[in-house]
Write a protein that binds this ligand. Structure first.
Ligand SMILES: C[S@@+](CC[C@H](N)C(=O)[O-])C[C@H]1O[C@@H](n2cnc3c(N)ncnc32)[C@H](O)[C@@H]1O
Length: 254
């Protein structure tokens, strides 16, 4: 049993579902599993921060901001003073739903739900301590990685969603697949492309000074998009150098 599952289910119901006159459906319970797993990730990441410094958590590609809002309720109050949450989502209706839920939450932690694209640098606070992104779609996942690197965020917890051709590394992977003679059978190609995209993302983070762990954060029966990048800024020069060289080889391979 996950540590936060029961509380997450209760809060999702109270904030989003009962408020709309419905009850938790099967897919809501699966989402609760994902969010509960993210709570444990955030708790672990936040415990590394000093209780004397402020902690800003950004929930990017937030949808209805389940992760940001529930972190504000369940995790961050015990971290100490100066903690706050920003959520970034491009869809107006989801941002409005986030704001309504934030009002119902009555959190002691300030929450700012912003309607913007994650590609817009101005939408981001200048120094997020932790960035979370649960099921960030293709290009959005890459923009979030780039933003985490640009603002030297200490921890990134990223679960990418679908990988479409709009992802730059996916187009490079297609070219490599042709050059290497990877068969065109869809399941074979798809696995090759996903592996290439995952490798590029991992090496991009490592090249920029992050120590990364890539783990299955929930079972594949909960979601097929169940791979989490746990990236922590360590800035270790040797590690960065070897990742830079591996990344150059990956992108240059013929
Ligand atoms: C699969 S949903 C996940 C939402 C939420 N994180 C969750 O797990 O419930 C992806 C969300 O990212 C938003 N999104 C996609 N591209 C975006 C972008 N470039 N900037 C901001 N939000 C984006 C979509 O509108 C959608 O709400």
């Amino acid at each position: 049993m996950q540590k936060y599952l029961k509380e997450v289910e209760e809060w999702l119901d109270r904030l989003y579902i009962a408020a709309e006159g419905a009850t938790l459906r099967k897919e809501d319970r699966r989402k609760a599993c994902e969010v509960a797993a993210m709570m444990e990730e955030i708790e672990r990441a936040a415990s590394r921060f000093s209780r004397r410094s402020s902690l800003l958590l950004v929930d990017a590609a937030a949808g209805k901001s389940y992760v940001g809002l529930l972190a504000a309720k369940l995790i961050l109050p015990s971290i100490g003073c100066g903690t706050y949450v920003v959520t970034i989502e491009c869809d107006r209706q989801r941002v409005e739903a986030s704001r309504r839920a934030a009002e119902r939450l009555c959190s002691s932690i300030p929450i700012d739900c912003r309607q913007a694209s994650v590609e817009t640098a101005d939408a981001w606070p200048s120094q997020p301590s932790i960035i979370t992104a649960l099921h960030a779609c293709g290009e959005a996942a890459d923009a979030i990685i780039d933003r985490a690197i640009a603002c030297r965020t200490r921890v990134l917890l990223l679960v990418p969603c679908c990988t479409s051709e709009s992802v730059a590394a996916s187009r490079q992977a297609q070219a490599q697949a042709e050059a290497l003679g990877i068969p065109r059978h869809a399941p074979v190609r798809r696995r090759f492309i996903q592996s290439f995209v995952d490798a590029e993302r991992t090496l991009r983070l490592e090249s920029a000074g992050y120590e990364t762990e890539v783990v299955e954060f929930v079972a594949p029966t909960v979601t097929p998009h169940n791979v989490l990048w746990r990236a922590r800024l360590v800035g270790e020069p040797q590690r960065m150098k070897s990742a830079q060289s591996a990344l150059a080889s990956l992108l240059a391979a013929k």
